[in-house]
Design a protein around this ligand. Sequence first.
Ligand code: FE2
Ligand code: FE2
Length: 362
Amino acid sequence: MSIKDVYAIPPDGSVWTVPQAYDARFNWDYDDGRQTMMHLYRRGVEMQWNAETRIDWSQELDEDNPEQLPEEMLPISGMATYEAMSAKEKAKVRRHFQAWQLSQFMQGEQGALVCAAKIVTQVPDVDSKFYAATQVIDEARHVESYKRLLEKFGVAYPMTPPLQELIDQVLRDDRWDMTYLGMQVVIEGLALAAFQQIRDNAQNPLAAAVNAYVMQDESRHVAFGRLALRDYYPQLTQKERDEREEFLLEASYLMRDRFDAVEVWKTLGLDPAECAAHMYDSGFMQKFRSSLFTRIVPIVKDIGLWGETIRKGYGEMGILEFADADVQALQEEDENIAREFDARRAYVDSVIARAERLEPAE
Ligand SMILES: [Fe+2]
Ligand SMILES: [Fe+2]
């Protein structure tokens, strides 16, 4: 099974090229670096895992509802046109929407891979280069994991234009901190919110496990962005911080309003405008937005981009109150849940091993 053979709509060319104009930086100061950054680096090294062995890829997806998600997780459930469909047609809609979402995870992870590599090259401090190097391998493993899961769907989608727009902007910017801000804060926040929906709602053990393990790594990535930017932003002028705040606002609107899966609705011959409108007001999107801004807004405040521009903008969006969310607790929970998945697998393996001992093969 090759992903390129199962795209529901053809991607725009087989490669995407983003021109770059930034300085690769060397640093002759090899001193120990910031303690917190080196601690994060060591954790990044110690917590490496192998997608091939940690995940049981022999598990299969469900025929009618691949990730076995509750019906309300389909953003057009309840829409008259959808409700009038046959069981077979509904199954097709579920498969395509889930595959579209998962495709964005896989494509976005490739964006993260390229951004992490850019950070290694561009960031001035050696301790940050060390940490970002661990993130590069993490992101490669995430692309691999989502690709393997997506192969089981038999259908895939290209990167959706709003995600491509965001990644393009982050990569083109020649200021090193913008890659962090765009990738480690905005896109990782978006990813965590989306992964969490699957991890916490999928009854399919394979789909849930992949997201739990990826999230365990992502929580370190967000911590990395926080650490680096919290040191850097107080050194900038108010005007420079305002520019960053404007970028954040624009990105927040884009994430809130533009991930409407029109590619899926068009592919399935549905009315894209009707589906997008239904999706916008769905319980699925309400939960998603709340999870998204819980992941992003407290970090924005913590790194010191909390001037008038952002407070006014977030006030208008009605998301200021998310600033008080406890991200530390969320990160700990992400780690604990991944460990629970490991424990469950170890238990299942031990039961199988015991059964085999009791009933030796002939
Ligand atoms: Fe990732
Ligand atoms: Fe990441």
